[in-house]
Design a protein around this ligand. Structure first.
Ligand code: NAD
Length: 487
């Protein structure tokens, strides 16, 4: 028997699994879901506690796997992969009782005696597809929501972060109910085959290109989809500014995980004068962070794959901007130095796609109005950052732009609070999660009205034969002043 008292049948699908074996796995989970096993709060709580144990018991192995995949520094792994999931788990465990309560709604005269409430119900068998950049966090945080909401789940880690993929596939069946949760492994072909099955919800984190094929596959079964995508997150730096603090926070948010964060500041918008002060400040900060030879620093992650390394190198070759910091790279270790590029135009190669690496272009635009126009002409970003001592500038940008999240005078940290929904808008994503928002994402809000037989005379007002009098009274009993309408 396994921790939690679950049977230990083999459930991990290996690379090369076809649609039939996936169908078999999904069917097995579906029958567990239909049995009602995931419904009691106690079951959900036990699974969440098991996940907590999984993280605590295996922290060293997780950190090692992440180091193998991305040379992720232990500090960054502990903070952004282990602790963030542990915090989500604590939050879910403390709040699950209240989240599961029916939510009573306002009633009118006609429904005064009824029990009217929203009931959160699990969706069924959900599919969670994760990316490689935070391969543990972005797989397990959605899983916390799926479990808390009472679903069964298939989880599909990214094959690119191979060591973490392998570890997750080993650990999940050891800690969680194998009847209800399973890991399916594989790359694009296996995921496409998996997607041919009917799920009750698909939660996808990754690129916009792949999201299109996920949505297409989901449309066959009319399966609802949450998309956690990327894009280019701008960082506005305008007005009076504490340049030292700004350089520290900007460099940290940009070069954390070697820039491979969906919410990393993708590019900076500022005036010429600010750029003049910012570049030397960034240079000093980067030396402070990573030393004179960043390649030797243990605190800088590496690019995940040869393909992404080549993509970033090409962007650097194609830019018409001027590299003022960094620019060096090493193919063997997939190292790219923290790099800052100035004199970048809106039509530059660095502005043609999400950078997703340690390269920071700076675009100079003298007027804030024009820099907001530049951002608003493009797809809505996952996050917008504004660095300024002037709160009026922060508020102006907040009011005149749109993005998944917004943070002033810092980067990334807005996504660490479970109370704030995390997600995109438009092309940067559909839906959101974290904390209660995850529970909502993986729940159906069922509208329930429990009526008895009382007040039949009042109810009789709606029956034919219709009269003007009946209409008058009915309108009064169901009017908005009495809270809501009948229909
Ligand atoms: P990706 O889309 O290449 O891969 C993500 C997942 O999709 C992997 O599990 C992969 O196996 C699977 N996949 C690949 N091809 C597929 C196909 N044809 N059909 C179905 N599934 C397929 O994304 P990635 O390169 O791992 O991640 C980088 C992107 O993800 C960036 O754009 C980044 O901004 C975005 N991202 C977003 C968030 C967020 O929370 N919004 C977080 C991390 C990354």
């Amino acid at each position: 028997m396994l921790p939690g008292g679950f049977r230990d049948s083999a459930v991990i699908e290996q690379h090369g699994a076809g649609m039939d074996s996936h169908g078999h796995v999904v069917e097995r989970l579906r029958s567990a879901f239909r049995s009602g096993i995931t419904l009691p709060e106690e079951f959900r709580r036990t699974q969440l506690t098991q996940l907590l144990s999984m993280l605590r018991d295996n922290e060293e192995r997780i950190i090692k796997a992440l180091h193998q995949d991305l040379a992720k520094p232990k500090f960054e792994s502990a903070l952004s992969e282990v602790d963030i999931v542990i915090n989500e788990l604590h939050h879910a465990i403390s709040n699950i009782t209240s989240w599961m309560q029916p939510e009573h709604v306002a009633k009118n005269l006609a429904t005064k005696l009824d029990d009217c409430f929203v009931r959160r119900e699990p969706l069924g068998v959900v599919l969670i597809i994760g990316p490689w950049n935070y391969p543990l966090q972005l797989l397990i945080v959605p899983l916390v929501g799926a479990i808390a909401a009472g679903n069964c789940a298939v989880i599909k880690p990214s094959e690119i972060s191979a060591a973490t993929d392998c570890l997750v596939a080993e650990l999940i069946p050891k800690y969680l109910s194998q009847d209800c949760y399973t890991v399916v492994r594989g790359g694009s072909e296996q995921t496409k085959a998996l997607l041919q099955n009917r799920f009750d919800h698909i939660f996808y984190t990754g690129s916009q290109v792949v999201a299109r094929s996920v949505v297409q596959a989901a449309s066959v079964h009319l399966t609802p989809v949450t998309l956690e995508l990327g894009g280019k997150c701008p960082c506005f730096i305008y007005g009076r500014i504490n340049i030292q603090a700004a350089a520290h926070r900007l460099a940290w948010a940009k070069f954390f995980n070697a820039g491979q964060s969906c919410v990393a500041p993708d590019y900076v918008l500022c005036t010429e004068a600010t750029q003049k002060a910012l570049v030397p400040a960034l240079s000093t900060v980067l030396e402070e962070f990573y030393g004179k030879e960043p390649q030797k620093s243990p605190d800088l992650a590496r690019i995940v794959s040869d393909r992404h390394f080549a993509r970033l190198k090409k962007l650097l070759e194609r830019t018409k901007g001027k590299v003022v910091i960094g620019g060096q790279s090493d193919q063997d270790s997939k190292y790219i130095a923290p790099t800052v590029v100035v004199d970048v135009g809106e039509d530059d190669a660095l502005m043609s796609e999400e950078i997703f690496g340690p390269i920071l272009p700076i675009l100079t635009v003298e007027e804030l109005e024009k820099s907001m126009d530049l951002v608003n002409r493009n797809e809505k970003p996952l996050a917008i950052y504004v660095f300024s001592d002037e709160s009026s500038i922060v508020k102006t940008v907040m009011k005149n732009t749109s993005s998944g999240g917004f943070c002033s005078n810092d980067g990334i940290v807005h996504m660490t609070l479970p109370g704030l929904p995390f997600g995109g808008v438009g092309a940067s994503g559909w839906g959101s999660y974290h904390g209660r928002w995850s529970f909502e994402t993986f729940s159906h809000r069922r509208a329930c009205m429990l009526r008895g037989w009382a007040l039949e005379r009042l109810n009789g007002l709606r029956y034919p034969p219709y009269t003007e009098d009946k209409l008058k009274w009915l309108r009064w009993t169901t009017s908005a002043q009495n809270s809501c309408s009948l229909m």
